[in-house]
Design a protein around this ligand. Structure first.
Ligand SMILES: [Zn+2]
Length: 86
C-alpha cells in the first residue's frame, strides 16, 4: 500500500520565540480557526491554545456535541490558517 505524501507538515518552525516570551498579547501572527458547527472564529498564538479555546467554546455553546479532542486537533491542524495582526 502506498500512502501519498500530502503536504501536511506539523513541524514547521514558525513560532516566534521573541514574541512568545516578551508580549503574549502582541503576537505578530495568529492561528485562526472557525468553529465547524457555528462558524465562530477563534484566534490564538498556536494550535494548542486554539484547541483549548475551541474546547471551551464547545462546552459553552455545543454542550450536546461530543468533543473529540484528537480529531478536533487534526481539524485545527488542517484548517487553521495564519493571520497577521495589522
Ligand atoms: Zn461553535
Amino acid at each position: 500500500m502506498i500512502v501519498a505524501e500530502v503536504g501536511i507538515d506539523t513541524n514547521r518552525g514558525v513560532t516566534s520565540c521573541a514574541a512568545a516570551t516578551a508580549g503574549r498579547d502582541r503576537a505578530v501572527t495568529m492561528r485562526v480557526f472557525e468553529c465547524n458547527l457555528c462558524g465562530e472564529p477563534f484566534g490564538a498564538a498556536n494550535d494548542d491554545e486554539l484547541l483549548r479555546r475551541v474546547r471551551g467554546h464547545f462546552e459553552a455553546e455545543h454542550a450536546d456535541v461530543e468533543f473529540d479532542e484528537a480529531s478536533e486537533r487534526e481539524t485545527i491542524a488542517r484548517e487553521a490558517y495564519d493571520a497577521s495582526d495589522n
